[in-house]
Ligand binder design. Structure first.
Ligand code: GLC
Length: 803
């Protein structure tokens, strides 16, 4: 905190009484006697923005986080004035603004109960050193309130009782509780009395959140500069809060190409070409499915971006094509630092065009990264982003690289104490010039955005695939992400599980960790357990640094290889399930991973669970995160679940022991679910798929499942050429009915479904498809009951004799 010893106004300043009120469509302005203006904007019935200025004037309204595609519109907006307050009412929320001091309280419009109340409310401190204010907000932390979110923090899933900071930081070998690390996502959700709300503090300066740490009943957030500018998002369902936040900051602009959901193999670094080929051909030889192979920094000439080391890679275009012919998509790394080298065209061009960041007094921002001394493009300048996206033409269009990996974009600078640019560096910030204090947290995001724009253009008509390390809220629109330089320890397996769940709850589902650990060398057992978890993460990549030995699936022993293969195969079988979850994510903002609290917030047992999560909507997963385990205790959420391996049915709402020797892991399927599976392939679309298997888990009652499919790449799906099927299952003691509803114009490769029935409580005596009787001999009964059915059936009806 700053101490204003030089100022007339020392310490915290507060708004005084309201002297003016004005309404402009959906924005309301409350002005106080001491020139504070609170702008309240109703975006939706459940989303209200609160923005404050202390100077009687607002700065230009600009945000990198908020998407222009965010939904808007509300059903009701009523303003009333009472003696001591203004009351704003929407269909979901009631907001009180006190005339005496601008204090805000929020109530549920349906039952009138308090949801969130200010403690000191908005206050600020003048910042003598840099100008502007340190802006602060403090709210009442209610008894029993829990907090979640905040991006990639490697801490317990429930944030209560701790203070965190958002400042994007290169964090090699970070640990549990290290803060801050790579991402700045100033969004949290709170849950109390079975109701959830969220707060997104859209301020790119260094921000801080205190969840009842400093004082037991106060939650506060503040920033080193900029505006107090936050969005209050009401649920009452946690999942609605997350979906609304994702809507506001953006869903991914398109589905990933399906291959990007396959397995990725990476290392720092595979070179020369013969080494890359040795790796890829071993995958094929060992029948280990894999879709992507990565080139880390050594493919470049002296770490100069957009160049190739011709000694290691004499003919990259030929190599990339040969890899592709074998099913491997090549992903190449690109960092932000541009080597200072007058002979290097990228450097020369950026210098000529004045695209590099400069210090406050004029010199270029010079810093050391892999290539030695570098200058850094100002990605917050739209002209620089355009130029940067153009640089990908050769790599993508000509050479045929299919994905780009942006790293070190915090931006990381070596051999300096703060690991990044000094505060005085100047940035364009899309025409709102500012210092690095404001631009730091968005720098990496804007680099990844420029990369995305390049990929999108040059890979067209295919879909782009980008991966970034640094991120600010909204980065999920452009790119996938990973959790940075972790370590091969059991603790890091716990961290990887938490981080991906937390990111999903923070609008960022397309995420994964460096499987096996980036630093150090895992034992085969740890690698195996990590692959098991990773096969249920949206981004599924093994990566490690070169110094610690090999980390390919065959680098341990034969048992490990076999188990790893088994789990990668499960990943490939479940691809249609994951792709469907992605469709829901891209269209509805639904997180692909759901921590148990997100799945069932009414069950208080879920509020502090960390390890178990729901994959998609209907699969419960719990990794084994300790050595020598033959199983573990875990919490099974309410409802009935089928053990994925044994079909044994368990009743949830309790903690229990689940067997899971090294070749297994606790996986459960929700009763009533219909889980689609592809046959195992060595890479996506290796062969034509003749039939998709539907694993049908009987339930007495009703359950809906969905199945999305399209051409697996390209944009035809946006023109209606997709296939979206809803299966409505109804089970009764003596029958099972599945109704199918179809949407979209895509004609899938396959013509049939192979149905597998799990847990039927009766012996099938009659089968009807679309009201016609089908001979019973169509049913195979060895092991699990199964049958083929034409994919476009409308209704399947099984009638049974009770045993
Ligand atoms: C950084 C990245 C890591 C990469 C390495 C070399 O440490 O986080 O993934 O392999 O740089 O490029």
């Amino acid at each position: 905190m700053i101490i204003n010893t030089e100022l007339e106004y020392k310490g915290n300043l507060f708004p005084t009484k309201i002297i003016d009120f004005k309404k402009d469509i959906n924005s309301l302005y409350f002005t106080t006697e001491n020139d504070v203006i609170l702008q309240v904007t109703v975006l939706r019935d459940s989303v209200i923005r609160f923005r404050y200025t202390t100077t009687g004037n607002f700065e230009k309204d600009f945000s990198y986080a908020i998407t222009k595609y965010a939904s808007s519109g509300y059903n009701k907006l009523l303003i009333e004035e009472e003696k001591d307050k203004y009351i704003i009412t929407t269909a979901k929320l009631i907001c009180h603004i006190m005339k005496a001091n601008l204090e805000v309280s929020l109530f549920d419009a349906l039952d009138g109960k308090l949801i969130n109340q200010e403690e000191a409310g908005f206050h600020w401190e003048e910042n003598y050193q840099f100008g502007g204010n340190i802006v602060k907000m403090s709210k009442v932390a209610q008894n029993g309130e829990s907090y979640y979110g905040l991006g990639d923090k490697p801490v317990h899933i429930n944030l209560k009782g701790k203070r965190y900071e958002n400042w994007v930081t290169d964090s090699y070998a970070y640990g549990k509780d290290t803060d801050p690390i790579y991402k700045a996502i100033p969004f949290y959700t709170a849950l109390c009395n079975k109701k959830a709300y969220g707060i997104f503090f859209d301020n790119s300066f260094r921000t801080y959140f205190d969840f009842a740490q400093e004082r037991r009943n106060v939650t506060s957030f503040w920033a080193d500069g900029g505006e107090m500018n936050y969005y209050f998002i009401y649920g009452p369902e946690l999942s609605d809060v997350v979906e609304n936040y994702t809507d506001l900051t953006g869903k991914p602009h398109q589905l990933p190409p399906l291959w990007a959901l396959g397995f990725h193999q990476c290392k720092w670094s595979y070179y020369p070409e013969s080494k890359v080929k040795e790796i890829t051909s071993t995958f094929r030889k060992l029948k280990m499915p894999c879709d992507a192979i990565y080139l880390d920094i050594d493919y470049m000439e002296g770490f100069r971006c957009f160049t190739w080391n011709k000694e290691y890679f004499p003919d990259p275009k030929r190599m990339v094509k040969e890899l592709l012919d074998d099913g491997f998509k090549t992903v190449a790394i690109i960092d932000p630092g541009i080597k200072i080298d007058k002979e290097y065209s990228v450097f020369k061009e950026a210098l000529e065009k004045d695209y590099f960041c400069k210090r406050a007094d004029g010199p270029y921002m010079k810093g050391k990264v892999w290539p030695g001394e570098c200058y850094f493009p100002d990605f917050t300048n739209p002209e620089v982003r355009d130029w940067w996206s153009g640089l990908y033409k050769e790599l993508i269009e000509d050479i045929g690289v299919k994905g780009v990996w942006n790293d070190m974009n915090e931006p990381a600078v070596m051999e300096v104490p703060n690991k990044t640019f000094p505060d005085d560096v100047r940035h364009d910030y899309d025409g709102n010039p500012c210092s690095h204090r404001k631009a730091h947290n968005v720098y990496g995001m804007q680099m990844a955005r420029a990369t995305y724009q390049g990929l999108k253009k040059y890979i067209y008509p295919k879909r782009p695939f980008v991966i970034t390390r640094a991120a600010y809220s909204g980065t999920q629109r452009y790119t996938s992400t990973w959790t940075g330089d972790n370590v091969a320890t059991w603790e890091h397996l716990w961290i990887a599980n938490i981080q991906t769940q937390r990111l999903a709850m923070s609008g960022y589902s397309f995420a994964g960790s460096d499987i096996g650990g980036f630093a150090e060398q895992p034992q085969g057992e740890l690698f195996t357990r990590w692959i098991q978890l990773g096969s249920f993460h949206p981004f599924f990549r093994v990566h490690s640094s070169g110094d610690h030995g090999d980390q390919e699936p065959w680098a341990f022993d034969e048992d490990v290889t076999a188990i790893v293969r088994k789990f990668i195969e499960i990943r490939y079988q479940l691809l249609p399930y994951l792709y469907t979850a992605f469709w829901h994510h891209v269209n509805e903002g639904t997180p692909i991973l759901k921590s148990l609290v997100l799945f069932d917030q009414d069950d208080v047992h879920t509020h502090y669970r960390t390890d178990e999560f729901i994959y998609g909507n209907q699969i419960l997963v719990c990794p084994i995160i300790e050595p020598n385990a033959k199983g573990r205790r875990m919490y099974i959420p309410k409802g009935k679940w089928y053990n994925f391996w044994t079909d044994e049915i368990v009743k949830g709402g309790k903690e229990m022991w689940v067997d899971a020797d090294i070749d297994s892991m606790p996986i459960f399927v929700r009763e009533g679910a219909i889980i689609p599976k592809y046959p195992i392939q060595q890479y996506v679309d290796e062969t034509k798929i003749d039939a998709v298997t539907l694993e049908i888990y009987y339930k007495e009652g009703k359950e809906d499942s969905t199945l999305y499919d399209d051409a697996h790449d390209g944009y035809d799906y946006t023109k209606g050429r997709y296939s979206f099927r809803t299966f409505k299952l109804t089970g009764r003691p003596n029958e099972l009915i599945i109704q199918q509803h179809k949407e979209g114009k895509h004609n899938t490769d396959y013509d049939n479904f192979e149905l597998h029935f799990h847990g039927l409580p009766f012996t099938i005596s009659k089968i009807q498809i679309d009201n016609e009787n089908i001979p019973l001999k169509n049913l195979k009964t060895n092991g699990v009951d199964s049958m083929f059915i034409e994919k476009n059936f409308t209704q399947l009806h099984l009638i049974g004799k009770k045993e």
